[in-house]
Ligand binder design. Structure first.
Ligand code: FAD
Length: 116
């Protein structure tokens, strides 16, 4: 019988990481201080150097070079992150996510009440 407490494969790692990152976006201030903005930008850049899937990390670093991290508000960062996730979705042939709904997915729950 296969155990469940094994090292994370790239899918488990990815799902857990997106959960953390989008949840950070969901709780990021609507009006962050300039320190919070530079800290979040540094965090994302540093995170990208240590993400423990090296090919993923390389592509993500290149993406951050092309599309600068936007940390001016919750909305801005949430949308930036959603677009970054969509870039990975495209690469993997997964469906794109409608970024107008990132806050429903990660902060408020769906408007139809299905998370309540
Ligand atoms: P995930 O992509 O993990 O998404 C989890 C949930 O997030 C979805 O069920 C959906 O509800 C929601 N969601 C989906 N898209 C969005 C969006 N755009 N915005 C907001 N919410 C969304 N894997 C590789 O094989 N190669 C790579 O190069 C690679 N690069 C990665 C780079 C980063 C920075 C991260 C965090 C992960 C990377 N992964 C990569 C992992 C990959 O993105 C997936 O996490 C993994 O394949 C599992 O996919 P999943 O179908 O469970 O859904």
């Amino acid at each position: 019988k296969k155990r469940t407490d094994c090292p994370a494969d790239s899918e488990t790692l990815g799902r857990s990481t997106w959960t953390l990152l989008h949840s950070i976006a969901a709780t990021y201030p609507r009006q962050p201080t300039s320190t919070q903005q530079t800290d979040l930008t540094s965090f994302i850049k540093l995170f990208s150097k240590f993400y423990p899937c090296w090919v993923c990390a390389e592509d993500f670093q290149a993406y951050i070079e092309r599309e600068k991290v936007k940390a001016g508000s919750r909305d801005e960062f949430g949308n930036w992150l959603c677009e970054a996730h969509n870039e990975v979705n495209r690469k993997l042939g997964k469906p794109e996510f409608d970024c107008k709904r990132w806050e429903e997915r990660w902060r408020t729950g769906w408007k139809d009440g299905s998370c309540d």
